[in-house]
Design a protein around this ligand. Sequence first.
Ligand SMILES: Nc1ncnc2c1ncn2[C@@H]1O[C@H](COP(=O)(O)OP(=O)(O)OP(=O)(O)O)[C@@H](O)[C@H]1O
Ligand SMILES: [Mg+2]
Length: 537
Amino acid sequence: MGEAVFAHDGIYAQNEGMPLMHKRPGEGLDRQAGRLTLVLENAPVIMFGLDKAGRFIFSEGNGLAAMGLRSGQTIGVSITDLYRENSAAVEAIREALAGRHTSFESFFSGAHFITRLTPLFDPAGQVHEVVGVSVDIGEQVRAEEALSERDEQLRQSQKMEAVGQLAGGIAHDFNNLLTAIIGYSDLLLENKDCSSESVRGDVEEIRRAAERAAGLTRQILAFSRRQAMQPEATSLNELLTETEPLLRRTLGEEMDLDLVLEPELGLVEVDRSQMVQVIMNLAINARDAMPGGGRLTLETADLELSGGFPGATTDPTLRPHIMLRVSDTGVGMDEQTVAHIFEPFFTTKGPGEGTGLGLSTVYGIVRQSGGDIFVESAPGMGTTFRIYFPRLDLSADDVPPVVVPPSLAAAHEVILVVEDEATVRDLVTRVLSDEGYIVIAARDGAQALALLNDPARSIDLVLTDVVLPGRLQGDVLVQRASALRPGLPVLLMSGHPRHLIKFGRGLETGVNYLQKPFNPSSLSRKVREVLDTAAGR
Ligand SMILES: Nc1ncnc2c1ncn2[C@@H]1O[C@H](COP(=O)(O)OP(=O)(O)OP(=O)(O)O)[C@@H](O)[C@H]1O
Ligand SMILES: [Mg+2]
């Protein structure tokens, strides 16, 4: 690019090297000047010249509009007056007038200008004029910010995914062990021979500890987003109203609770008991953050959001969402804390006070339900969680009432139990036989298939683990069983997270599911329920 010079006749021009401004052979000076003016007026920038006192001698360019100015409107005005409030700009202008190349930034309603100042010298080496070019980089900055925010979100979700997989795997093994511990404790407690109070007390302790451990594995599974879900069309308003008494008890006297419910709220598809868990975990955290009392506000709203959720700017399509906002007036969090709160086992609470699983559970449940969660907080400023779920295309009247039919049948059916873990198999066999069922046990899929293949054998229900040794896994066994014996009810049991994905969210209809660890009574209940449903009772 050519160097700016100050022409003798007082017209500012570029020298050789800038073709647009270069005089073409045979072209008059008028044509050339006209083209130059056109370029200046339409450039998405501001170009200006200042005399040595810092007064505008010209100002051109499209960018002026962002400052609410027209071409040439500032001529004669002192630039320092224009930038009075911007001390960095005033300093840069002073330096440019003293002969140095400088630049400064300025902001005008959404525009973010970078202005470069170039002093021009007369033959005596004195500053004769300063030329300036301002470029609006507002759009560019906003685009970069959006991009880096998305990168950060992606990084965060990949990290959570990895931790989730690890945690889910561990939870699976624990579930098998806990099923056995809880089951055998229950059997001991039911045993007439075990009448000694002190022994009973000890067994009850074992059982309670195992229940606590089961609670922890449930939370980990929830976080790893592989918990069995029973999503239903749900009104968050109703759910909040139902949970209100529990919330009040949890918060205690010193805290105010506000429910701000949007009257015409649409429905979302969530697992209700998991949603209660989400609300309670957030409320307990809020309570802990407000030791001297305060206010917890739960608010619902119906929104149209683009690209799924706020922050995602790639997809401009508007989609209906339901928002649940949970805000407290507590101590708030610094940036460091906010960056880690959804990670499992991250806690700022003392030993025995927090496990750091509350928010990771919340995160897992929300994400598994197709939602997203955002947090805003600052020290001393309280904390606000916003949760978004896609809105269901249903009105509240479309939701069928839940009817739980009473169990009428006495246990007499034949159940094929397929489980490779001996402790779990023996336990299940024992519990079901005690109920009066006839139990046939198989160690793997092949054994089970042989039994199903035998037409002489009557079987009323297959109860199978999802993970089986050998090639014939639980899901394949289910398919084979229903091909061999159409209509035969199947109940899957698993503590293993991965399979829940294969069987889909909330499991396909017709496939029943029992999450490990279970206790003898929930096993009996589920078996009865599946048999009754199959029999049309
Ligand atoms: N409403 C809130 N206000 C201030 N800090 C919060 C709030 N909610 C969460 N935190 C911070 O996030 C951390 C993690 O929360 P999380 O619920 O996952 O675990 P926890 O409450 O420490 O333990 P747990 O919930 O397992 O008993 C907390 O220790 C606390 O520092
Ligand atoms: Mg918590």
